[in-house]
Write a protein that binds this ligand. Structure first.
Ligand SMILES: C[S@@+](CC[C@H](N)C(=O)[O-])C[C@H]1O[C@@H](n2cnc3c(N)ncnc32)[C@H](O)[C@@H]1O
Length: 278
């Protein structure tokens, strides 16, 4: 396990994923009923963008760094940016939330968080960072076991983020299995699968397998900062979302073109479509 998310925190892919999570939490809050948030590959939860690891790549400068300087942003970005503003009250961008901290800050008293991180050191930091909140449970187990271990939840609504490091060749396949297991155990689960886009050809089989998955509905949202033709580079990233709440597709249709323009490095673009339509 060599991957350390601190090198990549706040980059364009984190922006897409974290913004999507914030929109999900906002849309779920339209109803009082509680939800459970499950994070199979949670990371440490909090990042210092001036720290050694984030500084070495500087990836965040082309991600959250760009949005931070924007004067006018679409309203759907507000809740995401408000969290980051609150973490950086002096107006200088330094602290950045991971998915666990975003979920913690955007969820309500009645909601519950189950976070999992396998790396021992990162797991310890995650525990430390989440310690004060009684709604949060941190597990240090195998991320791929999360659907089987934690679903169905006692809450009738659940969001599961599957965000592995993609260090190993079989991780796309494992995402398909994890999504199928989650839907098999709790059909209405909102599963969010994040994946990197280098050369698009590498994803054909993944898309085909996902089209045949058990998800009742599956939305695909992708954001490119370069054309997807160089396998050595992170050209963009994608999210597959099962059972997206009503209103999410429309919001993404407004947000993605805006993000593609603001976050483009050589050429920005986006895609939003259904891999499984109802
Ligand atoms: C992309 S990062 C997660 C980022 C986090 N979800 C966020 O958005 O802030 C992937 C994490 O998975 C952890 N990891 C790697 N292999 C794992 C496994 N088999 N089970 C659980 N966690 C694992 C890594 O240590 C790393 O912290």
């Amino acid at each position: 396990m060599n991957y350390r998310h601190a090198f990549h925190a706040g980059n364009h892919a984190d922006v897409l994923k974290h913004l999507l999570l914030c929109r999900l939490f906002a849309l779920l809050a339209r109803k009082e009923a509680p939800y459970a948030y499950l994070d199979s590959h949670a990371g440490v939860g909090l990042y210092d963008l001036t720290g050694d690891q984030a500084s070495r790549t500087g990836e965040w400068r082309e991600g959250i760094g760009r949005l931070w300087q924007e004067q006018h942003v679409p309203a759907a970005l507000d809740s995401y940016l408000e969290v980051i503003r609150a973490m950086n009250p002096d107006g200088v961008l330094r602290h950045y939330p991971g998915s666990p901290e975003l979920a913690r800050l955007q969820s309500r008293e009645q909601d519950r968080l189950q976070l999992n991180e396998k790396h021992p050191e990162d797991g310890r930091l995650l525990k430390e960072n989440m310690d004060a909140d009684p709604r949060v449970a941190v597990h240090l187990g195998e991320g791929w076991h999360v659907p089987r271990a934690l679903l169905p939840t006692r809450e009738k609504r659940a969001v599961l983020l599957i965000d592995p490091p993609f260090e190993k060749a079989d991780e796309l396949e494992r995402c398909v299995t994890a999504l199928n297991e989650a839907i098999g155990r709790m059909r209405q689960t909102i599963v969010v699968v994040w994946y990197p886009i280098k050369d698009e050809r590498q994803l054909r089989r993944f898309y085909r397998d996902m089209e045949k998955s058990a998800a009742p509905k599956l939305l695909r949202a992708e954001l490119f900062v370069h054309p997807a033709d160089d396998a050595q580079r992170l050209n963009g990233s994608g999210l597959l979302i099962s059972n997206p709440p009503w209103g999410l597709e429309e919001e993404l249709r407004e947000l993605l073109p805006w993000l593609a323009e603001r976050l483009a490095q050589s050429k920005g673009s986006w895609r939003l479509d259904w891999l499984i339509a109802e």
